[in-house]
Structures are given as C-alpha cells and as structure tokens.
Design a binder for this molecule. Structure first.
Ligand SMILES: Cc1cc2nc3c(=O)[nH]c(=O)nc-3n(C[C@H](O)[C@H](O)[C@H](O)COP(=O)(O)O)c2cc1C
Length: 202
C-alpha cells in the first residue's frame, strides 16, 4: 500500500526492499529463449500487466495476438511471403533464416496499437499506451522469471504481415514480444546514472 507524505520515513524503508522496484530497476531482456514458454498462469499475469498500461480516456487502444506452437511456423511463412513480395526471389538460406525468426521463442505476443480518432487523444498517445503495455509485459515477465525480448524489425511494419495476421489497415504492430525460458544467464542491468538523463528545471 502506498504511504502518504507524512509517512515518508516508513515509505523509504519499504522502498528499499520493494521487489517491485527491484524488477523495475533491474529488468533486462533475454534474446536467447527456449522451451518451456510461460505457463498459462504466468501468461495470464503477463496479460493482466499489459492491461494496466496508462491509457488516456480509457480507449484501450491495444490488441494482442498470442502465437505459440505450430502457429509460429505459419507466422514464419507469412514473413517469407512478405519478403518475397518485396524482393523477387529468395535464396534458400535467406528463406530459412526468415522462417526461423518466430521460432526464437516458444511464445510470441504480437502487440498492436488499434488507434481511433478521438478529439482529445492524438494517435501518438495511443501508440505510447500500446508501448506502455509492452513494457508492462516485459516487467511482469521479468518478475515471473520468464525471459522476454521486445523486437520489431521490418515485418512489424509490413502491410502483408499486418493483413495476414487479420489486422485492420489502421492497426499498427508495435512489437513482437518473445517469451520463454532464458537459454543463457541474464546480463546484469546497466548501471546508468539518473543525473545523465534527469535535470532540475529551470
Ligand atoms: C520498440 C522497440 C523495438 C525493438 N526492436 C528490437 C529488435 O527488433 N531487435 C533487437 O535486437 N532489439 C530490439 N529492441 C531492443 C530490445 O528489446 C532491448 O530493449 C535492448 O536490447 C536492450 O536490452 P534491455 O532491455 O535488457 O536493456 C527494441 C526495443 C523497442 C523499445
């Protein structure tokens, strides 16, 4: 429970060993992921975290597609189709590399910004909300010991991929969240000095 200002000494004590703050300040991505993916319970926690993204006027400008198992092969094929439409022909090596992309983790979540016209909430705010949802999922995954990596790349911005996923023309893929068991030790979080990025104004 958050404390009010008059409780500050107690609050500071609590903050020092808050597991939540530990997650927020120590979270790192993991690019090398293997089986198993998150359990259904873990996935539910990750989904719930996404839905707590800050959201101006509660537009809920996000949708998420969970891609697991054989569906990852279909996603790889969709990527190959998209690439083929861009380049006339693909070498086998290139094709295999693209097909393997969604196999980099047992579970993927395609995070989509579904922005709509709103008199008070410009598109950028809705995109930011979708990004916040992804960040919440990264943090939740880290808290649960699930490895995670937010990726985009050209296929995130490809119309053929968007349509193949059943998304609308104005939907924007803001990321492919890769989830699984870390296959390597997690790197330590960089120790960045807040003063490098925060200053007092004026
Ligand atoms: C919108 C967005 C897209 C990203 N796309 C990629 C990507 O396609 N490939 C990649 O290696 N890292 C990508 N990253 C960066 C990684 O997810 C990760 O944040 C970065 O490697 C730093 O690691 P850290 O999260 O442990 O600090 C992306 C990050 C964001 C916010």
């Amino acid at each position: 429970m958050l404390q009010c200002r008059s409780d500050r000494p107690r609050q500071e004590e609590q903050l020092q060993d808050s597991p939540v703050l530990e997650v927020l300040s120590q979270r790192v991505s993991c690019g090398k992921l293997t089986e198993p993916g998150p359990s259904p319970e873990q996935l539910l926690q990750i989904k719930r975290a996404a839905l707590r993204a800050a959201d101006h006027r509660l537009l809920r400008p996000w949708r998420f597609l969970v891609v697991e198992g054989d569906a990852r092969y279909r996603l790889g094929e969709l990527f190959v189709e998209a690439e083929t439409r861009r380049k006339a022909e693909l070498e086998d090596k290139q094709r295999d590399k693209i097909l393997a992309k969604p196999l980099r983790a047992p579970t993927l979540i395609v995070a989509v910004a579904r922005c709509r016209d709103d008199p008070k909430v410009p598109e950028v705010e809705q995109l930011l909300s979708a990004g916040a949802a992804v960040q919440n999922m990264l943090n939740a995954a880290f808290a649960l010991g699930v490895g995670a990596m937010w990726r985009t790349g050209g296929f995130a911005y490809d119309d053929h991929v968007r349509a193949g996923l059943g998304l609308g023309e104005s939907d924007r893929i803001v990321g492919f969240l890769y989830l699984g068991t870390p296959a390597t030790a997690l790197k330590p979080a960089l120790d960045i000095d807040p003063d490098d990025y925060f200053s007092t104004w004026p």
